[in-house]
Design a protein around this ligand. Structure first.
Ligand SMILES: [Fe+2]
Length: 204
């Protein structure tokens, strides 16, 4: 009888413990604190992405002269020089966007762009000046352009949704410029890859 009573007490204790555990796992509606609305979170992401592309564009203004200097083909060199000017305008456009948001322009390091630029630097380090190096530089530059097209497309869509029409227009303008630059690189790649594919001596 004593043994049975002990067993009963143990079972009851176990039941109470289990019930408590289950209860504690349930979220209490009173404790749930909503700090930001979904729109506020989207605004935060938008601003964060704007800082990211601001850093990326400024970083590119330092990388493009190096890519131009390393180019063998004159048209490719001219394309990089021209895109440097375009990029400087794009930096200004982002600053305009910050102004429209009534925010101070600030940059946040973009590891994506840093990595893509590094790929271009590796091409310069690994190959001698010539058609093959040019083909490698185009490949790196096109990856950069595609990153930017994607970034500006996302930002443009977010700006529209958030009711920032002027910002959306500026971002769309830049996105179109990036697409033009990519098309020009496509055209250059057609010729330059062809030349690189022919057996010949590279310039030392
Ligand atoms: Fe750009």
């Amino acid at each position: 009888m004593v043994l049975n009573l002990t067993t009963l007490m143990n079972t009851l204790t176990l039941f109470v413990m289990k019930t408590k555990t289950v209860k504690s796992k349930r979220p209490s509606p009173q404790r749930k604190v909503v700090t930001k609305s979904s729109k506020e979170n989207l605004e935060e992401i938008f601003e964060d992405l704007l800082k990211d592309i601001y850093w990326a564009e400024k970083y590119l203004t330092k990388a493009l002269p190096k890519m131009s200097k390393a180019s063998f083909n004159e048209d490719l060199k001219a394309a990089f020089d021209n895109h440097l000017e375009v990029t400087e305008h794009q930096v200004k456009r982002i600053e305009q966007c910050f102004e429209l948001l009534d925010k101070k322009a600030s940059a946040k390091k973009c590891p994506g762009m840093e990595g893509l630029v590094k790929e271009g630097e590796e091409v310069i380090e690994d190959l001698h000046e010539g058609h093959a190096r040019d083909a490698g530089l185009i490949a790196a530059a096109q990856k950069i352009e595609h990153y930017e097209i994607s970034a500006y497309g996302t930002l443009r869509t977010m700006a529209k949704v958030l009711g920032k029409a002027q910002c959306a227009e500026l971002l769309e303008e830049t996105k179109d410029e990036e697409a033009e630059a990519d098309q020009l690189l496509n055209d250059l790649a057609e010729r330059i890859n062809q030349m690189a594919g022919e057996v010949g001596e590279e310039v030392e």
